[in-house]
Design a protein around this ligand. Sequence first.
Ligand code: PMP
Length: 368
Amino acid sequence: MTLPQLASRRGYDSISLYSPDRRPCAIDLSDNTNMWGPAPSALRILREAAAESVVRYPTTYASTLKQALATYLTHVGEHRTGRPIDAGRIVTGCGSDDVIDSAMRAYGEAGERVAIPDPSFAMIPVFARMNALDPVPIALTATYDIDVARTLDANARVTYLCSPNNPTGTPLRRSSVEAIVDRASGLVIIDEAYSEFAGSSFIDLAERSDNVLIIRTMSKAFGLAGLRLGYAVGAPALIANVERSRGPYKVSDIAEKAAVAALGSDVEWVGTIVDRVSENRRRFTECLTVIGAPPLPSSANFVLVPMREAVTVAAALRERGIAVRPFERLACIPNSPLAASGGSALRITIGPWEMLDAVLDALREVLP
Ligand code: PMP
């Protein structure tokens, strides 16, 4: 018997699956992960704890990890506020992707708007559509800042901000972020996936407003992208709703144990990685400028290099064993180098110098 094909939720036809080029490559600088490897204590736990971790369910809402994150956020890192951050203000998830998706689901009614800077993290409009919400792109200004007036005018149920922003690498101005936080009527998500590299944070704004959710991840500075560990900080009532939307058992036991070990023992290691990234980013920026391909001013662990024919250049680099992330047509920020390249650009992760040197050699061959 042939039944008529089931229709999916409205709008799902327009959602394409995320499909970056993941073919293996000798030097892979395409996804902004930690090119020095994973946090060492996490790796030790993964080797030791596997057998006992897989047979039972994990903790329902990762209570042990929340406690470790609360200690980390209170006492260490660039985001130290001097005030304790309580575990009740933290929700975890299967990557920060999961936390962002859950937050949109918890707060957006079908058909409501999500204001999103353009360009920004490519998955955000997808999460909006997955939750029957309407993504509203708002072009960044010529200084790579959010356009406060247009963002507020969107009257969105959810406003997404990202600092440092992916893929530009540029940080948002505190005064602009505060203006949005103080005046937006809905939920304000501030994505800090790369904040360790920037040495600054907006986490204090989660105390200033009950409608702010600070999103963070262990995928980047801690080098644990494969374990899928994200988290958010916000007012307890907000956190409780995101947790309802997220559901139980999203963080595996082995991931939770590895993360707790890393937060306890590897914070200094993260500091050395951040220092190496910032030194190599400075040097790489200088060299790129010399070869006529200056990047945007980044405070993340990657740089965006506007250039014509970025897709062709990326393919030529791949032939030379180097993967980077090309963008064909990013939103053209007026009066910026991105406008001059027609929105075409390469995003390159900052790794050890030998890798970046190989990129420079290849670019010298490939660039006209
Ligand atoms: N936010 C931003 C800005 C990102 O660039 C990424 C990953 N590319 C994420 C969130 C998601 O990271 P994860 O799910 O690994 O925590």
